[in-house]
Write a protein that binds this ligand. Sequence first.
Ligand SMILES: NC(=O)c1ccc[n+]([C@@H]2O[C@H](COP(=O)([O-])OP(=O)(O)OC[C@H]3O[C@@H](n4cnc5c(N)ncnc54)[C@H](O)[C@@H]3O)[C@@H](O)[C@H]2O)c1
Length: 466
Amino acid sequence: MREKITRNKNRALSRRDFIKSTTAVGLGAALAGRGLAQEQQQEQPLSAPPPKDRLPAPQPDDLRIALIGCGEQGRVLMESCLRIPGIRIVAVCDIWEYSRQYASGYLNKYGQPTTVYEDYRELLAKEKGLDAAIVATPDWVHAEHTNAGLQAGLHVYCEKEMSNSLEKARSMVLAARRTGKLLQIGHQRRSNPRYIHGIDRLVRDKKILGRVSLAYAQWNRSKSDMVGWPKKYTISQETLDRYGYGSMLELRNWRWFRKFGGGPMVDLGSHQIDLFSWVFGVNPNTVVASGGVDYYTGREWYDNVMAIYEFETPEGKARALYQVQTTTKHGGFYETFMGDNGSLVISEVPQRGNWAMREAHAPEWDSLVKDGLLLTETQPIQKVDTRNIVLDVRVTAEAGRWPLPVELAKPPHQPHLENFFNAVRQGTPLSCPAELAFESAVAVLRVNDVVRTRGLSVFRPEQFKA
Ligand SMILES: NC(=O)c1ccc[n+]([C@@H]2O[C@H](COP(=O)([O-])OP(=O)(O)OC[C@H]3O[C@@H](n4cnc5c(N)ncnc54)[C@H](O)[C@@H]3O)[C@@H](O)[C@H]2O)c1
């Protein structure tokens, strides 16, 4: 975030303005909140887009894009779009002046002047010649914005979670079907070449892990205050009411309120639980879960959740444990898939996971290394001083790891946007079409219900179909 602030000296709202205006709410809270609302950039800062003088001039066949929702994630997507040739954001919309100014000022700096709107309805009515819309508003208005965009004849890239309500998520699938327009949902790992290599090539095609019977994923982040805002950018209560927010606190912290989002479980879990079904090739049969609002006051959604899904795979039973914590960053965020021949540890931040580990009895992986599907790393992961510790003699996995040979030299959302734009231009398949994201939403949203009822919930196969 720091990098983003310092490099945008010319943007509409200066850092000095921002700092001055945050004193009333507490600078720490406001700045910390800006960072904490991010999911990836905390650990993986983006590099700047190319300088303006090296940007290609507008071309007649550029895709013309509207950006609806210019908050933290809207800006991340906007930055990625600036790196993709032939993409021009020509209109931005946000109910908050701060976000509108930031986005339009930023785009202007990079040679993409935009028309600015407060209300998406006005944008859709007035903007002519749009090809697609990117929706990065809070979850509860995804359906409203996506469905209106599709209805207006646009292809839509909408952020995950599709919605905080399954009924609304279903309406999005139906709207895409009815209009015949493309709808990509922002589960960006689906387009990440490292994940595609690890899951499709190694786990599913080559079956290097053998029979996978356990998955574990976590997203742990440090405790955080509620997000603040510069006082001079406080929206009038009349405007907030018009858009359904009771206060600025609600607008800025929508994730924690039941009306607007699904809490950390949905916000973060949506990325990772989607991978369970990808790896196992089936949707879950059941889920049990436990969680609560145990740490914070004034927040409606659970601040910690643990969930266990059960899957019936073609190879037999499998289970997946998921946990999200918002009071400790221990271990960060990553996913692990464990089979009888080895494990895959992977994360959107490659330092936290981008390797396989082999069980000692498993068939050699040398041929995979020869074929370029894995790299070798001869050093053990950690040198342990064994003098003062009791050794666990039940070691089954080989010391050492086999890194994946695929790197992603782009911000993590860029390939997913590229996949969407390629689909718009050339009709190539989307990596996360609405139907697939709906299946994932069914699995994810159910957890919050199960935490409330403290029971076991059974999924019926037809429930995954919109
Ligand atoms: N794929 C990812 O890695 C990822 C990461 C972060 C967030 N997200 C998703 O992106 C979306 C936005 O999250 P965020 O972190 O940017 O939140 P944010 O609060 O930072 O930004 C949301 C923006 O939407 C605006 N807004 C709210 N209601 C609106 C309305 N009715 N019309 C127009 N604008 C409206 C707000 O003023 C704000 O500027 C969420 O769905 C979130 O789950 C995805």
